[in-house]
Design a protein around this ligand. Structure first.
Ligand SMILES: [Zn+2]
Length: 269
C-alpha cells in the first residue's frame, strides 16, 4: 500500500438536516444553510477536493492514490432539505456528496414506510434525481433501527431491504452504509458485509485512515453549534472539539453493551 496514503488521515464530515427552521428533533444536529455555505466556501478556498464516501473507501481499501486535501461530505437520514438547500450549495462549489437514506422514512414510502421520521424527508423522485445528478446514495437501514439491538433476522432485513429499495430507485448498486446512531458491533459489521455492502460509516470523531476497518470509517460531527472558527479548527485536525464526544461515545457503548447483555434480544422499528 502507498505509504503516502497510509500516513494520511482524511476528514469525513457528517451532516444531517440543513435548514433555517429545523424541527425540534433535528435541531441540534442540523446546520444553518449560511453556515454550510461558509464551510463549503472555506473548503474550496483552502484547496480541498471533495470525494464521495465510496470513492474514499475504495481508495483506502485498495491503496489507490487520493487527491491532495481530500474531504468527504455526508448527510444522514435523507431530509428533504438536502435536495432543496444543501445540494444547490454543494453544486455551486462543485463539491460531491453522499446521502445515507433511511428507506422506510422516504416521504412516499407507502407500504414500505417504517420507523419514525424526524422531519420532512426526501421522496423517491428526489432520490432518483439526486443520484442522476451525481450524488452518491448510501443506505442507513430501513427503519433507522438500533442495529446492535436487533435480533439476527431483523438485522439482516434492516440491511437488506434498505439496500434493495434504494437500488430499485437509483438503478445502480448501493454499496455504502451508515449505521444509524453511528454505532456498530462486530456482529453488525459482519451482517453489513454479508448484506452486500462494501464499506460503512461510523461516528467516532476522528479522521479516516487506510489502516482502519472499511466497515468502521469514522466521521466528524458538524452541528448547529459548530461556528466558523470551530470548523477551521476541525479541518486543521484540532482534536480539542471532539474529546468530550469521544468520552460520551465510550460511555454510551458501555451502556449499550450492558443493555444487550441484560436483555439478549430487543427489537426496534
Ligand atoms: Zn440517522
Amino acid at each position: 500500500m502507498n505509504e503516502g496514503i497510509m500516513n494520511e488521515s482524511i476528514p469525513v464530515l457528517m451532516y444531517h438536516s440543513v435548514s433555517e427552521n429545523p424541527t425540534a428533533a433535528t435541531r441540534r444536529l442540523s446546520v444553518d444553510p449560511g453556515a454550510l455555505d461558509r464551510q463549503v466556501t472555506f473548503l474550496a478556498q483552502n484547496g480541498y477536493t471533495g470525494l464521495t464516501f465510496s470513492h474514499l473507501a475504495d481508495a483506502l481499501v485498495n491503496g489507490k492514490p487520493l487527491p491532495e486535501k481530500p474531504v468527504v461530505l455526508t448527510f444522514d437520514d435523507g431530509y428533504a432539505d438536502f435536495a432543496q438547500v444543501a445540494w444547490p450549495i454543494l453544486r455551486s462549489h462543485d463539491f460531491p456528496a453522499t446521502v445515507f437514506v433511511t428507506s422506510g422514512w422516504i416521504d412516499d414510502a407507502g407500504s414500505h414506510a417504517a420507523g419514525h421520521p424526524l422531519g420532512p424527508m426526501l421522496n423517491w423522485a428526489q432520490v432518483r434525481e439526486l443520484a442522476a445528478a451525481g450524488v452518491e446514495i448510501g443506505a442507513h437501514s430501513h427503519s433507522h433501527a438500533q442495529l446492535d439491538q436487533c435480533a439476527d433476522a431483523a438485522l439482516c432485513e434492516e440491511l437488506r431491504i434498505g439496500r434493495i429499495l434504494l437500488e430499485d430507485c437509483v438503478g445502480t448498486p448501493v454499496r455504502s452504509l451508515a449505521y444509524p446512531f453511528g454505532y456498530s458491533t462486530p456482529r453488525v459489521r459482519v451482517a453489513a458485509r454479508a448484506a452486500g455492502y462494501r464499506c460503512a460509516a461510523s461516528v467516532r470523531n476522528i479522521r479516516a485512515t487506510a489502516s482502519g476497518d472499511p466497515f468502521m470509517i469514522p466521521r466528524l460531527t458538524i452541528r448547529r453549534s459548530t461556528d466558523d472558527n470551530d470548523f477551521a479548527s476541525i479541518m486543521s485536525g484540532d482534536k480539542r472539539f471532539y474529546l468530550r464526544d469521544r468520552v460520551l461515545t465510550a460511555g454510551y457503548a458501555t451502556v449499550r453493551g450492558a443493555r444487550r447483555a441484560g436483555k439478549r434480544v430487543v427489537q426496534h422499528g
